[in-house]
Design a protein around this ligand. Sequence first.
Ligand code: 0X9
Ligand code: ZN
Length: 754
Amino acid sequence: MRIARCLAIVLSAGLCTGAWSEPERFDDHKVVRVTPTNVRELQAALAIADGLWSERAGIGPFEIHVSPDKLADLHDAGVAFIVLIDDIQALIDAERAANDAARMQRDSSFFDAYRTYDEIRLYTEQLAAEFPDLCTFEVIGQSLQGRDIFAVTITAPGDASARPVVALNGCQHAREWASLSTVMYIIDTALRDYDAGDPRAVHLLGKMAFRIVPVVNPDGYVFTWDTTRLWRKNRRVNGNGTFGVDLNRNWDVVWGGPGASSNPGSDTYRGTGPFSEPETQVLSADILADPRIVAHVDVHTYGQLILHPYGYTTDDPPEPDNTFFRTFSRELADVIRDVHGVSYTPQPSIDLYITSGTLGDWTYANDIKGWTFELRPATQAGGGFILPPDQIRPLGQEVYQAIMHMADRFGSDLVVRVTLPGDVLEADVVNPVEVEIINAASTLVPGSAQVIYRTNLAMADVARPLVDLGDGRFRADLPGLACGRAITWRIEADAASGERVRWPLTGAIEAGYRETLVLFDDDMETDQGWIVGAPGDTATSGIWERAQPQATPAQPGQNHTPGGLLCYVTGAAAGSQIGSNDVDNGATTLTSPPIDARVPADWLIGESLLTYHRWYSNDRGNAPNQDSMPVLMSTDGDTWHMVELVTENANAWVRRDVRIADVLEPGAATQLRFVARDDDPGSIVEAAVDDVTIRVVGCRFSPADLTRDGQVDAEDFFEFLDRFVAGDLSADLNADGVLDAGDFFLYLDLFVAG
Ligand code: 0X9
Ligand code: ZN
């Protein structure tokens, strides 16, 4: 085809600048989800496919690339299929148009568009020039076609010889453009955060370093811009008319094992031998040259996965590594989720599919904790390798946070983790705070872990040892203060290295003491009077019901309540396929019983808070993101005020905390409503609701009102004196364990303040 086109150009224009100058086109090529039910159908589908688009292939659904002339063959072979993408070229054109438009914008910046190899190299060199104290640029070798492979090292000024290094790379696979934009975003942000004095970046880059190789496969990457957008491998001439070795099958750990192809035409061709390719030679040499490297992330797209070893066996890595990988990958996913709510799944690499000769297993075999990240999107239907350029920043932001979390874990002498007790502390009782202290580069000096706090108006800090619960777990006890008072606190511990580790890094946590009055608490395990249906509901399936949900790719497999069974869900049964019991043909409405959500009149201060847990999915299936779920409140059952319009496809339980006064004035008959709606017939809508509470958080009495009669008066003053003289520790207002003048003056302050 290409030669014919070139000949045509020769004939018409009299010149032909090269057979490879025209981008390969995929007009009317399809991405098809096939569902073979037996081996014969599977083999037929694989023979017809122009390539695999899903992460797996087997009996059951997976996605393939099919040229337009071969669609009929699938039909003839009796393989069940649906067309997910009708015209791959249209997708490529749309990406190019969005990218070109982003570049053309006035004030367009580097992260508005995907960038060519030359642009990435230039920008990296410019960053190194702009931040010479923090960043060094280095060419570490050449690709097969002679392009430079380059690296940057990022760390704060000073002796870096003992600093642990977290290494990253992008673009082992040429078509995975978002892997390059993301590692570039990480370089850029780390430098700018440090430069702006961001305490975490300053702290971390003073203790550790990053080594980042943005473009491992420059030849393949250039080829995706000039010729074939969806090229994966490098550009090795294999000699039999095929091109390319899959660099991520060319590493020497179980090279040639399962999940790697010996066929040079295959997208997972392993090459002629381990490290046959200059690109894997260059990157492996660079990693081995620096014994400070303790962790490594090979960045790929897509799938929203955090993969840890192994890829070639279902065995788990030996302990303690296995537990570490599992718990830490979960943390990374949580950190990512906190940024934009996007969920990544942590799992062993082989759970994706079997692979041999990969970088992730090679780093681990070389005593480096090795991950493979598969970035956005989650699925082929979400765009696969083609991600709109307006996602470059959000993707960069979420992965940056995960990498900084990793830097913290691998860079610190001790890692202190604290489970925050919530925005407010409970008045009058000791508030325990869970603390975990992990030995990282150093070990904890026994007995040195403390909570350091200062109660409001007090003159001095109080230090209390943490209660050691064993296994690196501790408890910090925050004193029980009167409602309305406040405290600031932090954790400190000594590492054997001599470093004093603080949490948080700077400043302290501030919290106020409050009472809580629960007005409504429904875990949906019993019927508390929710109403299904409202005028205007037309949905014919997926009607709200209180039931035990059955898992589908769009619906939870469990309610939210720990130990509970039931929640409200739109059609609990899974059915035979994803679209079986989702919402169809309009709205289904769920309304709470009327609840008195007002702050009691005799409370000094307070506000009504609503908490609920919701599940929403509208990005699975054929016509994603067409619908939304309004959450509403009313005090008269007539006028409904918007709490939120859910469009975020968390595909997970999400907790929402709402100040009711931000929505409406809480009333004696306040109702909450969830409207799951399917306006586009093709799309999958699943929703669920669980664990709804309404409570008042505030104080009935002033902290100086010791007699609790609603007045601060002389009686209170004498009450304080009585307690003080009697040695009653409730008069220890600064919570330092002794009754002294400090407490007396503190009470005077509270008293005067009323
Ligand atoms: O197949 C691959 O190389 C990776 N997936 S991708 O879609 N980006 O091509 C996954 C490799 C994971 N294997 C190991 N980390 N062992
Ligand atoms: Zn990849």
